[in-house]
Design a protein around this ligand. Structure first.
Ligand SMILES: N[C@@H](CCC(=O)N[C@@H](CS)C(=O)NCC(=O)O)C(=O)O
Length: 245
């Protein structure tokens, strides 16, 4: 997707705020949404979560930006795209130590970009390695109360098929087979650690961005690769306990 439309939007959408709280429009399995969920949790922000139907996305029809996550601040400010949302939440909510803003820390910026440009694509190639794994990843839909049985059926079977196709196309972007590529990318990511976290003693934007991507794999194919990794495995556990998700 082009970046046009990413970031803070001029027009406010107070009617999209649920229960007067910051509201996150997301899919349960979306890695980009977990980036934001981990930061909100770490900061202790009380927010409403709207589960978007991954097939028809009707809960998001009001927005020109059609990908999740979309974040709506309690005052109606709409922010699109996960990295701009992380920066918005960092700058507009107290709780936790703030991390550098975009453009203030080259390394943080680089690894925040890596989370979407490389790591997100690497995990999709692994999670959706077969039709069975794809359906398993989408099985959560039958537990979403707001979805009808038909919506859940479609999301699991048609969505599972589509995501298998996406998985195949992501796999083609890398030279190594999906699981080896994931290990290779985790090795690379470990060079971002500057102590316990990428931010040093406290997590920064790169920690939340990359943790969120990997957190989306929990319970799915390839997650044991993350848990078993020599330095990313322990970092993942530190991020899990400090973020609370
Ligand atoms: N650059 C975006 C990517 C978001 C994205 O690709 N979201 C997927 C779900 S994981 C999505 O909504 N896809 C449907 C679409 O793009 O229409 C971000 O970082 O937020």
């Amino acid at each position: 997707m082009a970046d046009e439309g990413a970031g803070v939007q001029e027009a406010k959408v107070p009617e999209r705020v649920v229960d007067g709280k910051p509201t996150l429009y997301c899919f349960e399995t979306c890695p980009f949404c977990w980036k934001v969920r981990s930061l909100l949790s770490w900061k202790g922000v009380d927010f409403s979560k709207v589960e978007v139907d991954p097939m028809k996305k009707k809960e998001l029809k009001w927005s020109d930006w059609s990908a999740v996550p979309v974040y709506v601040e309690a005052d109606g400010t709409q922010v699109n795209d996960s990295n701009p949302i992380l920066h918005w939440v960092n700058s507009n909510h107290t709780g936790g130590t703030p991390f550098p803003r975009a453009g203030e820390d080259e390394s943080q910026d680089k690894w925040m970009d890596f989370s979407g440009d490389v790591l997100g694509k690497s995990i999709v190639a692994v999670i959706y390695s077969s039709y069975g794994d794809s359906r398993k990843a989408l099985a959560y839909v039958s537990e979403v109360e707001s979805f009808s049985r038909w919506q859940a059926f479609q999301a699991k079977w048609l969505g599972g098929f589509i995501m298998r196709m996406v998985g195949k196309s992501r796999a083609k972007m890398f030279e190594l087979p999906p699981e080896e590529n994931l290990e290779f990318q985790l090795d690379h990511l470990s060079s971002a650690l500057a102590g316990d976290f990428m931010g040093g003693e406290v997590p920064n934007g790169a920690d939340f961005a990359n943790y969120g991507i990997l957190r989306a794999m929990q319970g799915l194919r390839g997650f044991p690769i993350v848990e078993a990794h020599g330095s990313i495995g322990p970092w993942f556990q530190r991020m899990k306990s400090t973020s609370g998700v």
